[in-house]
Design a protein around this ligand. Structure first.
Ligand code: NAD
Ligand code: ZN
Ligand code: ZN
Length: 349
């Protein structure tokens, strides 16, 4: 079968012919319906090396945001049927530690000892006709949702969902939330999740006018261009001068972290989700009193089920730009250039 692989660190991905995967005992093979292209893939392709990712060496197939249909079941797998539509949970933990038992494989306590982080993140991912998944723990039945609609929910949906859920107690009536990078794959989902789950005033921030439009089309109440030198003042104005209860930084670069710290209100949450690698100097006077700063990584299997349920109810929906496997290398160039609307997904069939 054809697969889009990273062959060497810091180089363009290549379409290659690879053997079809066969499920061993306890494993499943998924016929890929769609594989999303995440901003993290750009970090992986452009910046990372084996030191970032548990000493993994390429080649491996890209694509960590996947959904499709069960193609074959290994010996001993029960509870699933060939042909059944499923979403694939992306962070593959050890399966036995306390956090994995809580379905939070994103925070597996044995992460440092794992061979890789998941399909598309060291193991072969979903940018191929078929995907090997090591355990039925890592697949979630889809019900009525089409795989192409579900794939982006497994990361672009799940990651902001988890980040928002930990701050729900701050997002009551009269509260404000700032979403930095609101016009991207994660951003336009974050805005919809906030609308579905909270009454908060949603302030979208992006460098692209087109991104602000996308965020507003999906429910943001205000849009602020982050390249504007008055961005912080504008946001403070929109929050009655006090700053926002929650700031989600879906970029994580030096200027966005600085803006986030300027805009988060007393007792607020500044949550760093973007992996651009910026740093935020923290001192006694660098932000308002009792601000908490946290990073988050993905979400739990249970939270993925909740995200899928929101979509099944019609409360959230990823905006998708579709590509074939042959178009996938060029798709990443478009993503890098900020020319993708919503989430880019590869449909290999
Ligand atoms: P994306 O390219 O689809 O979206 C990024 C958005 O940020 C775009 O709209 C872009 O215009 C905007 N942006 C870029 N620089 C900006 C700036 N300085 N100020 C304001 N907006 C800016 O990417 P994505 O897939 O949504 O991913 C976003 C980030 O989240 C990436 O760094 C990715 O690696 C990271 N990520 C983290 C997790 C996690 O678990 N922590 C999961 C998925 C993605
Ligand atoms: Zn991702
Ligand atoms: Zn574990």
């Amino acid at each position: 079968m054809k697969a889009l692989q990273i062959v060497k660190w810091k180089s363009a991905p290549e379409l290659r012919e690879v053997p079809d995967p066969e499920p061993g005992p306890g494993e499943l093979v998924i016929r890929v319906g769609a594989a999303g292209a995440c901003g993290s893939d750009l970090h992986l392709l452009d910046e990372w090396d084996s030191g970032t990712l548990n000493n993994v060496e390429p080649p491996f197939t890209l694509g960590h945001e996947n959904a499709g249909w069960i193609d074959s079941l290994g010996v001993g797998v029960t509870g699933f049927e060939v042909g059944q539509p499923v979403a694939v949970y992306g962070p593959w933990g050890c399966g036995t530690c306390k956090n994995c038992r809580l379905s939070m494989e994103n925070y597996c306590l044995n992460l440092a000892n794992l061979k890789a982080w998941g399909g598309g993140l060291g193991f072969n991912g979903g940018m191929a006709e078929k995907l090997l998944v090591p355990s039925s723990r890592l697949v979630v039945p889809l019900g009525d949702l089409e795989p192409i609609k579900a794939a982006p929910l497994s990361d672009a949906g799940l990651t902001p969902y988890h980040a928002i859920k930990r701050s729900m107690h701050l997002l009551g009536a009269g509260s404000s939330v700032v979403v930095i990078g609101a016009g991207g794959g994660l951003g336009h989902m974050a805005v919809q999740i906030l609308r579905a789950m909270t009454p908060a005033n949603i302030i979208a921030v992006d460098t692209r006018e087109s991104g602000l439009k996308l965020a507003k089309d999906h429910g943001a109440h205000h849009g602020v261009l982050s390249s504007d030198e008055n961005a912080a003042a504008e946001i403070l104005d929109l929050t009655g001068g006090n700053g926002a209860e929650v700031v989600l930084d879906l970029v994580g670069a030096n200027p966005t972290l600085k803006l986030a710290a300027e805009c988060v209100g007393l007792g607020g949450h500044l949550t760093i989700v973007g992996i651009a690698g910026g740093t935020l100097p923290v001192s006694y006077f660098s932000q308002k009193f009792e601000v908490s700063i946290a990073t988050t990584y993905w979400g739990s299997v249970l939270e993925l089920m909740e995200v899928l349920a929101l979509a099944e109810r019609g409360l959230i929906e990823a905006q998708i730009t579709q590509f074939t496997l042959d178009e996938a290398p060029a798709m990443y160039d478009k993503l890098r250039a900020g020319k993708v609307v919503g989430r880019a997904v590869v449909v290999p069939g």
